[in-house]
Structures are given as structure tokens and as C-alpha cells.
Design a protein around this ligand. Sequence first.
Ligand code: MGP
Length: 285
Amino acid sequence: MTSTTLPSQPAAASKAAVESAIKESVNEGASTSSNADASEMASSDQAGDESIRTVFDDKEDFNVKHPLYNVWTLWFDNPSHKNASAAKGSKDSWGEDLNKVVTFDSVEEFWGLYNNIIPPSELPQKANYYLFKEGIQPAWEDPANANGGKWSIQLPRDKSRKDIDKLWLYTMLSAIGETLETTPTSPNSEDLSELITGVIMSARSNFYRIAIWTRKSDDPASVPGGDAAAVQDVVKRLMAIGQKFKTEILGFAPEQKLGGQGLMTDVEYQSHTESEKKKGRKITV
Ligand code: MGP
């Protein structure tokens, strides 16, 4: 991965934790035998109560956790269960159905959560998962999002159903592992060391949408102080997030053209203010 804004120690812990989590996911088929080996090792180690047990040694009784740099909250809503006017998704009624599922601060807790919730491929239409940093509501109105925007891609449901669970998992791992952030190079009046506020998975009747929400947008007014260098720095970092989303998470080639046919879109960025307009300005990578 490229540079992150984290100090080296949490960056290393975060990277190691996310990498082991990815390995566990990729090796799911092989996990039975390796877990059996691990529990044999754990039981031969049981002489002292102080023995170190990772989640890979004992899924229930582990005593080592890999801390995440941020604390995260998973939210869920399923507006199709709401009353008729709310289900239409009007701006005023939006959010009535939003529920906090759980807050976690270690990769083991994340993994426990992930293994116990319905994957996106099985979500009902209109349902959404929101994974946001603790204290930030997954809404435009939250102060952390009010001046921000989102990178998003829409993937046709029929063609992407087999991949969507993996793509959402990789999006969440990149968020909690802080691998999409880059270091600011221009001094700013506000701490902009972290641009990402959260990630969202939306299931719709004909497509899935994955989005990455950012604290600032390409609108110069969103950047405090607003001097040209600070704005340019934020835009450069937003573009880096979009490119990593397209290539490292979604697995497309950097120059690959995606949108323009059917329900598939490009990986595109829009500020929340522009997204409220009918034909708001968009950037694509
Ligand atoms: P959506 O679900 O993000 O878009 O927003 P989608 O999937 O294109 O639309 P759907 O009808 O297929 O669900 C749908 C609508 O919800 C928006 O047009 C707004 O009216 C409302 N809405 C969405 N968000 C993220 C917010 C928000 O953060 N705040 C408020 N007040 N309303 C929102």
C-alpha cells in the first residue's frame, strides 16, 4: 500500500491486522485445517493461563486483539419496511429507519461482526449498510459530512452478485485499515489528516452501489482558509482515494472506461451539495 497518515506503529498494527483478516477471508476453504492446527497448538500451550491466544488460535477465547486506528460503527437501514411516504426516500423522512448495529475498535471484533451479518448479495432491495467512524452519523447533515462528498460506483445486480460481497469486504477493510488515506502536503487551518468519514453499501432492485464518503469535496468553499494550495492538495488526495478505490478495491485497470452502458457507472465523485441538484457536477477516474 502507499503512504498513510498514521504514525508508524498504529500503521503497522493496522496493516498487519487487515492483511491477516484478508488472508483469513481468501483462505476460507483451507481454514478448517489451519484452525485445527492452531487449536492443537493452543491446547498444548494451555499450561499457563497467561498464554497468548489470537483469534486464529481460538475463535471464542482469544486474549490478543489488533487495535484499529479509529473506532467504527456499523449502521443499517431497510427503508422498504417504512411507512409509504418514508419509503419513498424523501429528504425530510430520510434517516427514520437508521439503526446502529454495533461499534468496534479491533480487527477481531470487526471479523466477528462480519461473520454474523447478512452479506450484501442477500440484502433486501433498498437496504443499506453504513460503516462510519464513531461519532459521525451517516448523513449529509452531520458536521463531518456537511462539506464533503462521495466516490461511488454502481454495479449491475445480475452481473456483480457473485463479486459484491468480496468488493464490500475489501472496501470495509480499506476503510478500517486506513489504506486509502494520504498525507496532506499543504498546511491547513483544520486537521485534514483523515479525509474519509465512512463507506456505504446500497442494494437496489437493479444494481448495487458502493460509496466512500469524504469530509471535504472538490468545492473550494469546503476547504477552510480556501487558499489555492490547500484546495489543490485536498483535490489531489481525493483523486488518490478514487484511483485506489477503482484499482485496489474494485480491481479495474486505471484507464478502464466503465460507465456509459446499462446500469454500470464510472467510479465518480460528487459533492453532497452537487448530488442534490438534478445534473450536478461529477468527476470520474
Ligand atoms: P439514496 O438512497 O442515497 O439514493 O438517497 P438512491 O439509491 O439513488 O435512491 P433510492 O430512491 O433508490 O433509494 C435517496 C433519497 O434519500 C435522497 O434523494 C434524499 O431524499 C434522501 N437522502 C439520502 N441521503 C444519503 C440523505 C442524507 O444524508 N440526508 C437526508 N436528509 N436525506 C438523504
